[in-house]
Design a protein around this ligand. Structure first.
Ligand code: SF4
Ligand code: SF4
Length: 75
């Protein structure tokens, strides 16, 4: 299971309330809790999506990395 090119794993800081459900589930320990916010070490995340359905407030998602041009065109 590899990382998905052009995507980044993201925690929605406005939604996360620090329940830690995702932190406990991550098989590679890419998530940590800082106060009441889950923080992802994105380069460590394998994009496995295990944690995403566990979040009760849907704060976890894979989003397009705006810095990775889809068609390889540099601005
Ligand atoms: S997608 Fe997988 S590797 Fe990434 S933070 Fe969630 S459980 Fe961990
Ligand atoms: S499961 Fe959702 S609300 Fe709970 S710590 Fe993770 S991101 Fe935050």
């Amino acid at each position: 299971m590899g990382r998905q090119a052009g995507l980044l794993f993201e925690v929605d800081e406005d939604r996360c309330f620090g329940c830690a459900a995702c932190v406990a589930l991550c098989p590679v320990n890419a998530l940590t809790l800082e106060g009441l916010l889950a923080i992802v070490d994105e380069p460590s995340c394998t994009h496995c999506e295990h944690c995403i359905p566990a979040c009760p407030v849907h704060a976890l998602s894979l989003v397009r990395d705006e810095k990775t041009p889809v068609y390889g065109v540099l601005a």
